[in-house]
Design a protein around this ligand. Structure first.
Ligand code: A4P
Ligand code: MG
Length: 195
């Protein structure tokens, strides 16, 4: 029995929706994103998983580098923030990610965006992700999965994203992501329970 199933037998308040940002700009970017999605599903920490469309995005930040593919993955979970960070970093390591330049090119990056309503400010882990509200490559795919999410100012994400200054740096790709979690997940098309 997975930890999610164990927790689901207890009070429902222990299960929340987690959102992750995935990005890749080295190698076969789409294959990298697909493998990361499959490994997240195989971790046993997430249920009812959903994935946004894939987006081709201009690189954000001070480091000159190639364009990214980005998407957002969601799932219901009872795992701790530390367990989710460990899961993300284990997948990054298993895929051969090398950490050298901050904000530099990477095979795969898996960041935790939100974990229910949790607010955490630790050196090794900040939730909500501290830079998520500045980034179209995060917010546009997130708005697909949770259009009613309130922005820090209270505006719904679906209207907030329309005014992002860097909106033109993201382009939705016509890629079919159905089945990306394999047989392991009963993914929910179009959104996530509890959004
Ligand atoms: N960490 C703290 N909070 C979190 C969190 N919520 N989720 C810590 C995940 N990790 C978190 O991350 C550095 C440390 O952040 C970790 O050890 C963890 O303990 P990292 O992945 O090793 O390094 P990084 O990714 O280079 O740093 P950072 O600050 O996470 O970079 P960003 O902000 O993710 O930027 N442009 C486009 N278009 N698309 C992209 O995906 N990504 C980046 C990376 C730059 N430009 C991009 C993209
Ligand atoms: Mg990261």
């Amino acid at each position: 029995m997975t930890r999610l199933e164990e927790a689901a037998k207890g009070p429902a308040t222990g299960v929340v929706t987690a959102y992750f940002s995935l990005g890749s700009n080295l190698g076969d970017r789409e294959a990298n994103i697909r493998r990361a999605c499959m490994e997240m599903a195989a971790s046993g920490l997430l249920a009812e998983m959903a994935v946004s469309s894939l987006y081709e995005t201009e690189p954000w930040g001070p480091v000159p580098q190639g364009p990214y593919l980005n998407c957002v993955v969601a799932g219901r979970t009872a795992a701790s923030p530390q367990d989710l960070l460990h899961m993300a970093q284990s997948i990054e390591a298993s895929m051969g990610r090398v950490r050298d330049v901050r904000w530099g090119p990477r095979i795969i990056d898996i960041d935790i965006l939100l974990l229910g309503g949790l607010r955490l400010r630790r050196p090794e882990l900040e939730i909500p992700h501290p830079r998520m509200w500045e980034r179209a490559f995060v917010l546009v795919p997130l708005a697909e999965l949770c259009p009613t999410l309130p922005s820090p100012g209270g505006e719904e994400l679906r209207s907030f994203v329309k005014r992002l200054p860097d909106l033109a740096t993201v382009r939705r790709l016509d890629v079919d992501m159905r089945g990306v979690f394999g047989e392991l997940q009963n993914s929910v098309p179009g959104g996530v329970a509890g959004c």
